[in-house]
Design a protein around this ligand. Structure first.
Ligand code: IVH
Length: 702
């Protein structure tokens, strides 16, 4: 039989065509790698183009054979109306920050105190891999049987956007992994743009009269989140791979080894990455990289240290949304001088007055800064910031720019000191500041429009109800019209005036059209089913952030149960209050804010009203419901042999159990290590099962 590789496309049978397309996909991918990764093309451009043309010709004749990893799909996939959502099988975490060498040593100490072998052997060094922290956007890439099948943005960490078609256009992205590779593997990495490419892109855009991007990061994000992959294909996006998501069989025993595998599969791994034997080597790497930072062709904002051993990483697990086995050591903030033009006081959703400086625009670390936070009135007084002053501003990463110091220009004492307002600049109510607090708050409560707008904005924001099209501007507009005053009003917006009527009403408003109005109503309707943790976070209860909302949702299971228990917790002597403060991660101060929220009748009414509008409040799935200890309560006592108390606790919690400090009738098991005293005795008295460490390990599966 003739080798199909020598036959013209029109002479191929279907089976031969399939074989040929497979061969071409692999061959073209190999050439892409040789060219882009190793800067060493194996064939001429003309020969390479001929391969692609042959691929296209065969696909033209056999469209049903077009492969998921076809080279032709790197460009020109049809635009989509909106990105689909992708749930990350393994959440995409963020990183804790370290700002000083001491912070980094604390991180290493934390690891040592968690892993028993390390704590018992203080001389044993902790090896890490140090990598530049790329200032781009993180993505997750899923491969099945070596073929790229799906790519997603980080989103909120649990759910991102499906940008598969766009990612296919990235030359750095292998559409097919060089074998051997696991049957399923998710590779995580950073999409970024080099400074040179960024400047060239902006020059081109400026010449064409298009708005320029503020920095390479924004340019990369804007280019990846294009609905038309054809546009993404024209943008010079790059990719560094650096982490693992879901995987069938672990592909390595250490992160360093894993980076080698990534390279072998065809990814670009940052060439600066180093294995450091201990904390001193890690810090030396940081200092050296800080010096060579200006010579790199892409933006970095620090160094990420990752505990090298995978088995330790796994045992260390995560706290809230960040791993215990990694930390980001940031570079010092970048600074610049500018002039304070005005000081504006903003009112937040809890009524907090926050002063903001309006600045003469200045470039700080590649970004134009025109506003900076002044934190609170004490900070303004302490630094004695006056309108007209020359100040030093700084920004670090994505944090809000800050004014760090005032430059004495000799004339500043002629300018009047700044007087912080004692009435709300929006509603005119008194703004008071309780003894011992730094924040002054508007007492206007429900009647203050600024607070209402901020609460609604928070409610609709990405990490809360995530209602697309309901950002700051539109919330302000709908509020000013009197159409949306409470969260429930959002859900009544589309129907209140009879079918279609409201659509028309909104679509005739300035800045709105039929399409944007319909899109908004659809986005709102999609959120009538909402996960419990998002609902809790959206309420904007003081001190209840995403992590706390998750804890509450997991613990109480349903919205009704949560509300009932929070209302009962009004009495600090109640068991409901004790239960709330017993949740690991919820202290008395947070508990009091939650209880105070439910003590307000208007909050209960607004919540009833909202719940009436929703179709379903979905319980949050416990991380591992299949585990035999999910929902059970366990108490550890005595000295454990194989792990520290912190590890035992973290492990039990990650399997869905609650860890309590004292034994009661509600305890399911007491795990007794060596020298366990009264707790084991009490357990026996109460008839609670007492397990040895070995029995416990057997129960949780090793
Ligand atoms: S590892 C579980 N490595 O930093 C750890 N992240 O603050 C996952 N980033 O969302 C991240 N360079 O976008 C890791 N070499 C690197 C990184 C890196 C940049 C970003 C990434 C992540 C963020 C966390």
């Amino acid at each position: 039989m003739t080798d199909p590789a020598h036959l013209p496309p029109q002479d191929l049978t279907m089976a031969e065509a399939a074989t040929e397309l497979e061969r071409l996909a692999a061959e073209i991918a190999a050439h892409d790698r040789a060219y882009h990764q190793h800067d060493a093309p194996l064939i001429s451009d003309a020969d390479y183009d001929a391969l692609r043309r042959r691929n296209a010709a065969i696909e033209f004749r056999f469209p049903e054979l077009i492969r998921g990893d076809s080279p032709s799909r790197r460009v020109g996939a049809p635009p989509v109306a909106q990105f689909g959502k992708v749930r990350h099988a393994v959440p995409m975490l963020s990183l804790e920050n370290a700002f000083s060498d001491d912070d980094v040593r604390d991180f290493f100490d934390g690891v040592r105190n968690f892993i028993k072998e390390l704590r018992d052997d203080p001389g044993q060094p902790i090896a890490v891999v140090a990598e530049p922290k790329i200032d781009g956007l993180s993505i997750s890439l899923r491969y099945e049987d070596g073929a790229f099948v799906q790519g997603a943005t980080r989103g909120d960490g649990s759910e991102g956007e499906d940008v598969t078609a766009n990612l296919r256009t990235l030359k750095d992205l292998p559409l097919r992994l060089s074998p051997p590779c696991p049957s399923v593997v998710e590779v995580r990495g950073e999409v970024y743009m080099t400074r040179a490419d960024f400047m060239a892109l902006n020059e081109r855009r400026a010449a064409e009269g298009e708005p320029v991007f503020a920095n390479p990061r924004n340019a990369a994000a804007g280019s990846l989140r294009q609905l038309d992959p054809g546009i993404t294909a024209k943008r010079p996006l790059r990719l560094f791979a650096y982490a693992l998501g879901e995987v069938g069989e672990p592909p390595a025993a250490s992160h360093w080894e894993f980076l080698g595998r990534l390279t072998g599969w065809g990814f670009h791994v940052n060439p600066e990455a180093r294995r450091c034997a201990d904390v001193d080597e890690a810090l030396a790497f940081h200092h050296a990289l800080q010096d060579s930072r200006p010579t790199l062709d892409y933006d970095i904002d620090g160094v990420v240290y990752k505990v090298d051993r995978f088995d330790w990483q796994q045992r260390l697990g995560q706290v809230a949304r960040a791993p215990r086995w990694a930390v980001a050591h940031k570079f010092p903030a970048e600074q610049a001088r500018t002039i304070v033009r005005a000081i504006e006081v903003q009112v937040g959703r809890t009524g907090a007055l926050t002063p903001v400086a309006h600045l003469e625009p200045v470039t700080v670390g590649g970004v134009v800064v025109a506003r900076a936070t002044l934190h609170n009135e004490d900070e303004i007084r302490r630094k004695d910031i006056r309108v007209g002053d020359t100040v030093v501003v700084q920004r670090a990463g994505d944090v809000i720019p800050q004014v760090v110091a005032v430059i004495d220009d000799g004339a500043r004492h002629a300018r009047p000191p700044y007087e912080f307002p004692t009435i709300c600049p929006v509603c005119g109510a008194h703004a008071t500041r309780p003894e011992g607090e730094v924040i002054r708050r508007c007492t206007g409560g429900l009647t203050c429009p600024a607070q209402a707008v901020e609460r609604l904005r928070h409610f609709a924001a990405r990490d809360a109800f995530d209602i697309e099209g309901l950002g700051e501007k539109n919330v302000e507009f709908l509020f000013a019209k009197g159409w949306v005053k409470s969260p429930a009003d959002i859900f009544r917006l589309g129907e209140r005036y009879g079918p279609g009527a409201n659509l028309e009403r909104l679509s005739t408003q300035p800045g709105w059209g039929a399409a944007s109005a319909r899109k908004l109503f659809e986005a709102i309707d999609r959120r009538r089913v909402i996960p419990l943790d998002r609902l809790i976070f959206a309420l904007g209860i003081r001190q209840v952030g995403q992590a706390t909302a998750r804890l509450l949702a997991l613990h109480y299971g349903s919205a009704e149960n949560w509300r009932r228990r929070m209302t009962e917790a009004a009495d600090p002597a109640s068991d409901a209050y004790a239960e709330l403060t017993n949740i690991n991660g919820i202290g008395p101060s947070v508990a009091q804010d939650i209880v105070a929220f439910f003590a307000e009748a208007h909050n209960q009414t607004a919540l009833d009203d909202l719940v009436d509008q929703l179709a379903e409040i979905a319980p949050l799935e416990a991380p591992r419901t299949a585990s035999p200890i999910a929902g059970k309560t366990v108490v550890f006592t005595g000295t454990l042999e194989t792990m520290t108390r912190s590890e035992a606790k973290a492990r039990a919690e990650s399997l869905g159990a609650k860890v309590a400090g004292s034994v009661s009738r509600g305890t399911d098991w007491v795990v007794a290590g060596a020298d366990s005293g009264s707790k084991a005795a009490k357990a026996r008295d109460l008839g609670v099962a007492v397990l040895t460490e070995q029995e416990w390990l057997a129960l949780i599966g090793g």
